[in-house]
Design a protein around this ligand. Structure first.
Ligand SMILES: Nc1ncnc2c1ncn2[C@@H]1O[C@H](COP(=O)(O)OP(=O)(O)OP(=O)(O)O)[C@@H](O)[C@H]1O
Ligand SMILES: [Mg+2]
Length: 503
């Protein structure tokens, strides 16, 4: 008898068969990873399990303890012991940590919420997870990583027997990942079954008992993790052998495209604290400049300080193409030919209710259609370019962005910037949540853009990505540049030493 059995699940959306007869089992105390390309159907399968898609909107059966279950709401699946942590965070930023944890299930006395008990229970729960987070703090004031850990605490407050984690580590620092894995190991001992979705195969292999691979809404196979190699999993995911995922660089460098000096970026919460301190660098046409560093080193702040999207104080001198430039708003930056693919696609990059077309042409509107007129035909033709080159999985450019899989949403954000064809492109974690096959395509695209003369500044937490793509790497540590390496000099050891301030 399995803890969970999903049998022949079929789920269709208009024009898309997202799940085409998927079967899946989970044992008590098992860590079972679910992997597959962007759009393979992973999140959809978990939404079927958790009642987001109610019974009647899919075919097939869900059995828990050998009994068929039919959930009409998320609440009903929670009552049956299923808890899901969604790919996109679902906490309410305006509420405190404690309120979020007990949202809709707060301890009450005579119908009135018992606040002291709520915060006491929240404290106990957070301590049990060894999380040093104050339950009275507003969730909006926490970093993304800590929000993710609160989300996990929330899931656990419901005494889940089946815990689903959809890309939980995308925004976590390495030590937060370790904290999370510590928690998950403990839950495993308590007999909780876990379904883990991730594009980070290192994590998948580190933690999994079994791995199931989905492709195009079908199960390719399920096997013990110990019996599979990384390459086998990748080949099963993308349906072909994936060789070296990094392109061979043959960039020709031109003139200096962008030069920054004296860049200071100040903290928003602590106004005198510098997150980036007197940083200067330049990047040439045709060059990919990687910015390495640990989470919190100031990499994203550096980019937004230049792009003028930073909400706090900043100052710097900028020259673009050899001429001093005044950039005091993102619109200024764009008009100087700078594009910026931000790391948090939901907050800055994408309007989920709108179509791919509208999303892609928002920033590019002026360039593609002149100042005030929007020429749908020209826009559509233009938007089809990135749809193809990035292989965005959708029926057409008229698909609503919010219905795309997580990774495909990220590609739309990238596509939008490709359309305005900037001279200088900032990429902040461009492949977060993106599958290996698509990564390879995006890497090829970055390489092609550089070859055509674009100057690219790349921030990524994935060291192999920075090293594999960059012609030159600068390393940030606590807001200072602690190292600079050419492609041939940049080894993982040297870069890590500089990133941790030990060189
Ligand atoms: N609400 C929806 N309406 C229409 N189509 C949808 C909807 N949700 C998902 N789809 C489609 O179903 C397919 C599977 O999407 P799903 O989100 O399950 O992929 P995924 O495996 O989780 O991918 P990723 O790794 O990018 O998160 C995709 O083609 C997606 O566009
Ligand atoms: Mg998904």
């Amino acid at each position: 008898m399995s803890l969970l059995e999903m049998k022949d699940i079929v789920k269709e959306f208009p024009g898309v068969r997202a799940l085409d007869g998927v079967s899946f089992t989970l044992e008590a105390g098992e860590f079972h990873s679910l992997v597959g390309e962007n759009g393979a159907g992973k999140s959809t399968l978990m939404k079927v399990l958790s009642g987001v898609y109610p019974v009647g909107t899919y075919e097939g059966d869900i059995l828990i303890d050998d009994t068929v279950r039919t959930f009409r709401t998320i609440r009903e699946s929670e009552n049956a012991g299923v808890s899901i942590i969604f790919q996109e965070l679902s906490l309410v930023k305006e509420l405190t940590v404690g309120e979020n944890i007990f949202l809709g299930q707060a301890p009450a006395k005579f119908g009135v919420i018992d606040w002291s008990r709520l915060y006491h229970e929240a404290t106990v729960l957070l301590q049990d997870l060894h999380l040093d987070i104050d339950p009275r703090v507003l969730v909006g004031n926490l970093g993304i990583g800590q929000q993710q850990l609160v989300e996990i605490a929330k899931a656990l407050s419901k005494n889940a027997r089946i815990l689903v984690l959809d890309e939980p580590t995308a925004a976590l620092t390495e030590s937060e990942v370790e904290t999370l894995f510590g928690i998950l190991r403990k839950l495993k001992e308590r007999g909780v079954g876990m379904i883990y979705i991730s594009h980070k195969l290192d994590e998948v292999f580190k933690m999994s008992d079994r791995i199931t691979v989905l492709r195009d809404g079908k199960t390719v196979g399920t096997q013990a993790a110990a019996d599979m190699t990384r390459d086998q999993v990748i080949a099963a995911m993308v349906g072909r052998e994936v060789g070296d995922i990094f392109p061979k660089p043959d960039h020709k460098f031109g003139d200096t495209a962008l030069e920054i000096s004296g860049l200071d970026v100040y903290s928003i919460d602590v106004p005198d604290k510098k997150l980036v301190d007197n940083v200067g660098f330049s990047v040439r046409r045709g060059e990919v400049l990687g910015i390495a560093g640990l989470m919190g080193a100031g990499r994203s702040e550096l980019l937004s300080g230049i792009f003028a999207s930073w909400q706090g104080r900043y100052s710097r001198k900028i020259t673009v193409g050899g001429t001093p430039a005044t950039i005091s708003s993102p619109a200024d930056a764009i008009s100087h030919g700078i594009g910026f693919v931000t790391e948090d696609r939901k907050r800055f990059g994408l309007i989920l209710e709108q179509t791919i077309l509208d999303n892609m042409t928002l920033a590019g509107l002026q360039k593609i259609s002149g100042r005030f007129v929007t020429d749908r035909m020209r826009e559509t033709i233009a938007a089809n370019g990135p749809m193809k080159s990035l292989r965005i999985k959708a029926n057409s450019t008229m698909t609503i962005a919010g219905t795309l899989s997580g990774g495909n949403q990220q590609k739309v954000v990238l596509g939008k910037w490709l359309l305005i064809n900037p001279k200088i492109l900032f990429l902040d974690e461009p492949t977060r949540g993106i599958d290996v096959g698509a990564k390879q395509e995006i890497y090829a695209e970055i390489n092609r853009l550089a070859k055509e003369g674009m100057a690219i500044v790349l921030v990524s937490s994935e060291l192999p990505e920075v090293l594999g793509l960059s012609d030159r790497v600068i390393v940030l540590h606590e807001g200072h540049i602690t190292g600079e390496f050419t492609r041939s000099e940049a080894t993982p050891e040297k870069v890590m030493a500089a990133a941790t301030g030990n060189q």
